[in-house]
Design a protein around this ligand. Structure first.
Ligand SMILES: [Fe+2]
Ligand SMILES: [Fe+2]
Length: 147
């Protein structure tokens, strides 16, 4: 599968999970939904950081030098929020506030990826993008299993 299509599909999956968590009627549902989001996001960010971003950075244009480091930093911030969620009680209002902040952060990041980074990645060519897609799919599944 083409790398950018795989990543877009994962973005869509995470969006759906956020909707589910918001609809969850009890604390247990919110906690388990949050755990699933964390597992998928961590694996997603990892394959981007270890496989996709370095490949895009190799393109070596000014644009690549600008947007790739920014993407790493956005992951860093998302990881900080993700890291705090396990210690917040889902019954506490801070849980929902943190979830909302995380969702907005991810939404902003995903939009930039899909509009700018993925567009830039087209320069890698169809063959390379397909290779990267396979490599990332395998790495993702080895972390969280088939989704
Ligand atoms: Fe990302
Ligand atoms: Fe992404």
């Amino acid at each position: 599968m083409k790398a950018t299509d795989l990543l877009k599909r994962q973005h869509k999956d995470v969006r759906g999970l956020f909707r589910q968590v918001k609809k969850a009627s009890d604390a247990r549902g919110r906690r388990s939904g949050m755990n699933e989001i964390a597992a998928q996001l961590e694996a997603h960010m990892r394959i981007e950081e270890e496989i996709f971003y370095p490949a895009v950075q190799e393109i070596g244009t000014k644009k690549a030098d600008e947007i790739v480091p920014e993407a790493y930093e956005e992951h860093h911030v998302a990881s900080l929020v993700l890291g705090e969620l396990p210690s917040v009680d889902p019954k506490d209002e801070r849980f929902e506030a943190k979830m909302t902040v995380l969702e907005e952060l991810i939404e902003h990041h995903v939009e930039e990826e899909e509009k700018e980074l993925f567009k830039l990645a087209e320069k890698l060519g169809a063959e390379r993008l397909a290779e990267l897609g396979e490599e990332m799919k395998a790495a993702f599944e080895s972390q969280v299993g088939k989704r």
